[in-house]
Design a protein. Structure first.
Length: 443
């Protein structure tokens, strides 16, 4: 209990809770605005927009996560002073060279992401009006800009600036939330989505300039003498990350678009709203781990295994406890809402949402373990990710055409708990054993 209380005194954890609280607040407020401002067909299009926009992750393929991780490993040998980084010349050269490589890489990634999103959206919305297609194109452009901003945030976060970055994200989300609610209530419809991202990006850039201005100038002006080629090292790891992140999209983000295609916009809207509610819980519970992610990366870089495991175990228990409490709270609200006909037609049934929560719990367990393994610059989850993506994709695709949402989630749960989780833990454990065996031999 004392450890739990002390965890709340950590300012990184507190600001992450503020960030997640705003995200959690965003969920129900946006849901209410959607319910009162959009009809059931428009609701389906709204959540299909959101689900399809995650396609940008296919182009990005976890690059921001890798950069945060690599920057943290380099920062383990540096210090901050008055907004600037100090340390050995070679360490500073490596860190800044890494940042410049990442920025150049994204000059190619962002345009590719925008083009991909536009064409995929046009396919899905081929039968919709020109105004819907225009809203989608604008939404794609701002999503591309947001990708670049996300990279800047990932870089600064890697230098152990959890507090500043998540305060920036919290303020940006608050502005974005305000724009969404006001825009929907004023009749903006789906055009509210690109507008909200535009304001999110603007707020983020203003605050990043304030917090990271000196560091940006230092990175720009620094003359790198000791040149280190990051391309091979990063691409080697990202090629492994790419498979996991690519499979992750198909596993967790195609439910709504497939429902929209085969069961109609009403079911897609119900599913999208229900997934949003449950994802809000899991997103909130990861605060405990994310607030210490740079520290875990640095402990892994220094080989401090005992300290790393102790921190990870403590934060993992907090994460699971938070998710379980959140599920109980949400299921109570869903049960009470079932007495109101208005809400019954907008979300999935109590039994379906319960199955959805159980499915998400397996994802939470998998994600917790992946965070620990990836802190060591390891990515052993390619094979289980491919198996999971193909199997889950087949289950969802067939179920959406021939069965109900209820049957789909029964099959998904059976697969996730009996096959997916054991596979992820097995491959992760094997890779960790090999890693520490090499370390013990000085390799």
């Amino acid at each position: 209990m004392k450890t739990f209380v002390n965890a709340f005194k950590d300012r990184d954890t507190l600001v992450l809770f503020l960030d997640r609280f705003i995200m959690a607040l965003k969920g129900p407020l946006v849901i209410m605005a959607v319910l009162f401002s959009l009809n059931v067909q428009e609701q389906g299009i709204w959540y299909t927009f959101i689900s399809l926009s995650a396609l940008s992750g296919i182009v990005e393929l976890g690059f921001t996560s890798i950069i945060t991780q690599f920057v943290s490993h380099e920062y383990a040998y540096l210090k901050k002073k008055n907004g600037f980084l100090i340390g050995k010349r070679n360490s500073i050269d490596r860190a800044f060279g890494l940042v410049r490589y990442a920025l150049k890489f994204y000059l190619y990634i962002v345009p590719l992401a925008v083009v991909l999103l536009v064409f995929v959206g046009i396919y899905f919305f081929e039968n919709e009006s020109d105004s819907i297609k225009l809203a989608w194109i604008i939404y794609c452009i701002f999503n591309g800009v947001n990708l670049f901003v996300s990279l800047l945030q990932a870089i600064y976060k890697g230098f152990d600036n959890i507090y500043e970055i998540h305060l920036t994200i919290a303020y940006s989300n608050l502005v974005s939330l305000t724009v969404i609610v006001v825009g929907l209530l004023l009749g903006g419809g789906v055009f509210t989505l690109p507008l909200s991202i535009a304001f999110y990006v603007l707020t983020s850039v203003i605050l990043l300039k304030r917090y990271a201005g000196k560091l940006c100038v230092q990175i720009y002006k620094h003359n790198i003498i000791n040149i280190h080629s990051w391309k091979e090292e990063i691409i080697t790891l990202q090629s492994k990350y790419a498979v996991s992140f690519l499979c992750g999209y198909f596993i967790f983000n195609l439910y709504v678009p497939i429902a929209y295609k085969y069961q109609g916009d009403v079911v897609a809207g119900q599913l999208g709203l229900s997934i949003t509610i449950v994802k809000a819980i899991s997103t909130f519970c990861y605060v405990w781990l994310f607030s210490k992610l740079p520290k875990m990366n640095m402990l892994a870089a220094k080989g401090e295994r005992v300290a790393l495991y102790k921190l990870f175990k403590e934060r993992s228990l907090f994460t699971l406890g938070t998710y379980i409490v959140g599920v109980f709270a949400i299921m109570l609200l869903v049960y009470l809402a079932s007495y109101f006909e208005f809400y019954n037609s907008r979300i999935l049934s109590f039994s379906n949402i319960l199955l959805l929560c159980f499915s998400e719990l397996s994802v939470v367990l998998m994600s917790i373990y992946a965070i620990y393994v990836r802190a060591h610059k390891l990515e052993p989850f390619n094979i289980p990710s491919i198996i999971t993506a193909l199997s889950t994709g087949a289950i969802v695709f067939i179920s959406m055409q021939e069965k109900s949402i209820y049957h789909m989630y029964i099959y998904v749960n059976l697969f996730q708990w009996l096959i997916m989780l054991p596979l992820f833990f097995y491959f992760g454990k094997e890779e960790m054993n090999k890693y520490y065996l090499k370390k013990s031999k000085g390799l």
